[in-house]
Design a binder for this molecule. Sequence first.
Ligand SMILES: *Cc1c(COP(=O)(O)O)cnc(C)c1O
Length: 380
Amino acid sequence: MKFSTRAIHSGQEPDEKTGAVITPLYLTSTFKQDGIGRNRGYEYSRAGNPTRDVYEKCLASLESAKYGLSFASGVAATMAALYLLKTGDRILASADIYGGTYRVFEAVLKQYGIHTDYSYSGESGDFLSKAGKNTKMIWIETPTNPLLKILDIKQISAAAKRIGAVLVVDNTFATPYFQRPLELGADIVIHSTTKYIGGHSDIIGGAALTSNREFYNKMKFYLKAAGSVASPFDSWLALRGLKTLEVRMKKHEENGFAVAQYLSKHRKIERVYYPGLKTHPGHNVAARQMSGFGGMVSFVMKRGKKDIEDFISNLKIFTFAESLGGVESLACVPSKMTHGFFSAKEKKKLGISENLIRLSAGIEDSGDLIRDLEKALGKT
Ligand SMILES: *Cc1c(COP(=O)(O)O)cnc(C)c1O
């Protein structure tokens, strides 16, 4: 079955008891047991909940994974994958990653004796030059946040296999509709389902997908032990989000493209980052490993801080807020918001300047979005 059919049907059967077409929302903490050691597959909702199970099965199917787990947030899913490591192990991560992931690496893992090396090589093939003998995990995002760099998943996965490291890909920006890292050799896919998968800016959630039974069992144990589970209601909303993922992603991309093309011709814009543009250094790899370029666009405005403030305050349709992937368009300033945890030196090294603006193109009318940008740029 194709993607959109699986999104609507995988793991989902009309309810046996009532015929309800939509997966029931099991708002229950506990389940009646039929006798000592006898139950109907469920005991307690931290360990397992029927609504969550259906959602996990459906998402796993979309990511071409055998197993899926859902979490209370993207960061909680990240923590579960990191549970595969032990003291003394090292992570090799792309330097241009989600600020909260960097914060976990630097402020949480270090106290357990797990250290991270960062690769700044971006689009080039020498990503693994910093790997050492203790490198046990490689952590990448592609497209990266916020500069939308493209890393070659196939190439990095082959290198990871050579050194015996687990490759984790945070697929939040691309979603399984545009990119399926497990098919390209990755071991684990992480999502912040808060973003495109939920799709309506109304939940915080995360997921981890894998086809490796050992990794799945370990992460599942962690999930139960640490308790960072997705609530039944959030699972139900995310499952509903999956059903429209394909149609939403097509529109996000259409709008992302339109916005990127408009901005790249604007005289007040210094540089636009969008992997769909032929001028983007990662365009060819993106075209090979993705079936579309997504709805995230970053750009650098010419001139100073004051202009950025004027621009932001004159936006009417784009909302000035963190996050991404919802039906409504958002704008943010990564240096002060999503990447505020990075030091000034680190931000400079990465190219996250004060003038960098990140847009999440929603699914509104693309003409309205461009007119909104035009008006706000005209006032700077
Ligand atoms: C938002 C985000 C996360 C963290 O997810 P939460 O749901 O906020 O915990 C991780 N990775 C990426 C790429 C994100 O955008």
